[in-house]
Ligand binder design. Sequence first.
Ligand code: 5HM
Length: 329
Amino acid sequence: QYSNFHEAYIETLYDTYHNPQFFNAPRGNHSREKLNYNLSIKNPVERVCYLPSRKTNIVFNFAEVLWYLSGDNSLDFISYYNKKMPEYSMNGKTLTGTAYGPKIFEFGNAKINQWKQIKDLLTHEDPDSKRAFIQIFDATELMVPNNIDISCTLGLQFFVRENKLYMASYMRANDAFRGIISDLFSFTFIQELMARDLNLELGEYFHNVGSIHIYQPDDEWTEKVLQEAKSDPRNMKPKFKFPKMPSINNWPSIETVLEYEALLRKDQIKMSSLDIKKLDLPEYWKQVLLLFSLYQYIAYKRPIDTSLYENLLPVYQHFVINKWPSKFT
Ligand code: 5HM
């Protein structure tokens, strides 16, 4: 249906905002809503919205998916990148529904590594399978009294068809203004990583949502974003090309990036662009470390080391300067 997320985001936002099926207030939060919504994206690498008014936080996007891939559920890790995360934690230490990492890599009491299961199934047992499903939502989540953090994602399904890896996500609920930006980024990233793991080309991405909605406090900002999108036909097209993950086993690089990420986050090291350049890592992952190293200056309120910015790809420069303009004047 769409060739990239930039267009999918604008149209989904427009449709949910202007043609809602219901106005309601689940758990007291006023919203406009559409039921049973789906969309597909031909090129899942194009997983970002470039509209300046939307102020995409590319650092958070990478951090969140790497947090999932680390298997971690700690609030410390993810709240460093997003000050709102503590609102979803019941105990101030961990996240339950929102932390998809433990769900993917050690689901339930049996601690099932679903990633490995699916990879083995599609590699050795039955590449044509329709059972390659990673479950995220867990029925026990509904049994926790006053649970404020219940997985919005039910699961992810992988399909190997004609040497391409297709993926479908199924969500019970998705915020069309905020949540969809980070969810679609993470899910298509996971799809691309699994495709590299299985040595396959990337197929389409399918997004399926039970309830898609926009919360009332975001109405004004939504209108501003839609106005920017529709004011000039050029704004409807992606401004850049998003980088592709290298065609190798990316797990060793992910481990290295996660090691440095933790040290940067805890302010235990500083990394200059030269330090990062010297690492034995593909350029794709060095770019992610440049983003994390640059963010350390923002998080700890220090003047930014501009050589980090200068060594970023133009696409990442666009996001960083757009999100934190005051840090660059
Ligand atoms: O009442 P409920 O549990 O559905 O509230 C959580 C809301 O957070 C969702 O309805 C959705 O608007 C948003 N959300 C999202 O869009 C939450 C998560 C966390 O799992 C997510 N995407 N990944």
